[in-house]
Design a binder for this molecule. Sequence first.
Ligand code: C2O
Ligand code: CU
Length: 553
Amino acid sequence: ARVHHYKWDVEYMFWSPDCEERVVMGINGQFPGPTIRAHVGDIIHVDLTNKLGTEGVVIHWHGIRQLNTPWADGTASISQCPINPGQTFAYRFVVDKVGTYFYHGHYGMQRSAGLYGSLIVELPKGQNEPFHYDGEFNLLLSDWWHQSVHEQEVGLNSKPMRWIGEPQTLLINGRGQYNCSLMPNFGNSSSTQCKFKGNEQCAPQLLSVVPNKTYRVRLASTTALASLNIAIGNHKMIVVEADGNYVQPFEVENLDIYSGESYSVLINTNQNPNQNYWISIGVRGRQPKTPPALSLLHYKGVSAKELPTNSPPITPVWNDYNHSKSFTKKIFSLMGSPTPPNRFDRQLVFLNTQNKIDGHIKWSINNISFVFPPTPFLGSVKFGLKHAFDQKSPPEDYPRDYDIMNQAPNPNTTTGSGVYKIEYNTTVDIILQNANALNANTSEIHPWHLHGHDFWVLGYGEGKFTKEDEAKFNLKNPPLRNTAVIFPYGWTALRFVADNPGAWAFHCHIEPHLHMGMGVVLSLAVDRVKGIPSDALSCGLTAKMFLKKKYLP
Ligand code: C2O
Ligand code: CU
């Protein structure tokens, strides 16, 4: 196995992701951060230096399970302390599984500030993927606001809350166009034609192809908020990978991707080679106020400046949930993939609600809105620091008479920092139950992401989950994933084998939702975790423990 050694500086810098200059969080002067490419079994070693000046930072390696290195998961308050300005933390971990992944900040709302990049793991040399392709592209998708994340954060915490609103621009590999469009007057924009010299930070990245070849397009979404849909004019896509797991190939004309998810699709460049084709990415699940992101599938031989003859594909209507569900329900694991145990040892039912605390708007799970404690759970659980977090475990279910279809009679909730203690090597089912939000007739999409494990998605359903629904679980070929969505007023059933000791976050991947409390922490056989670097725990009560003395001599 190779060791890939990187030295990264995280810093604020001026950048024009959508042709308007703002401040972004970059790495080594780049936005998005550098792409990591490695082979299965390689070691990634990143010496991360915080050059932000006034705030801490951590980086989470989304989709990497961190087997035997739970302290390298990069979640502030859970797996480590934020790295202080000027200090360096060494992330060292094995990439044990092939697939399309990414990394991002996991402290406050730093992901929305632009702290992200791609992480691609290839098969060991000599091994072949179960599908053929001649070339590949990598598209990291994100959404972008002109307001700074600090302003957004203050807005979310304020009373009355100032919601961040819809993004100004969608970015493909950190590039989008705000004040102009590649295709003027398309979507809900009334902008003029973009003129690029080609070296602008916001110039679109074209996908240049030759005719009659197969290309793999890797897609990953690190959006703060937006659910997206991608389509390529005239070209069908064959879905082959989801979250680093092979799926039974199936063909689509467009594909939904939620924050935290990744896919690989294959396209065949078998269309008329004398023209270019639009790639269009639009917003789903929320009323779109953001124009679609555009790029070109550019057939070499045609000028890259030549615009397609047809107009860009139109994103399905934002609230056409049947379209979303029908896509999601087509995803099955590739034959020969691991199948889940037939039964669970423990079932956790998580009711997702929007609530109020003293007039502030929050999100809760089983009526507890999560707050991040100052001491990382990995240390406080390991060393039994009883004052570091709520000792009472949070509820495993919600009152059965709760009406998920309507507004709660009393939307008030409380904050909490308790953990779900999970026994080693047990099979755990999690039922995510959606409900009505604060407003009448409103229920939102939430993409839930688990750290440290993949889970099988056993099924989706409408309304309230009941015991009888268990009989309908797909135990034959459920997809393995690390992120799964719950649809409005519906439920999603997940199963995983708790075989990776550590303190793991499980949360909605919509950044403001997590910020408003939409997450839980699982503490899993932390007593088995050995060799935590003290650097990871040099804050809160663990720091005090290391120092022992109250006053220094
Ligand atoms: Cu990609 Cu906990 O997040
Ligand atoms: Cu959410």
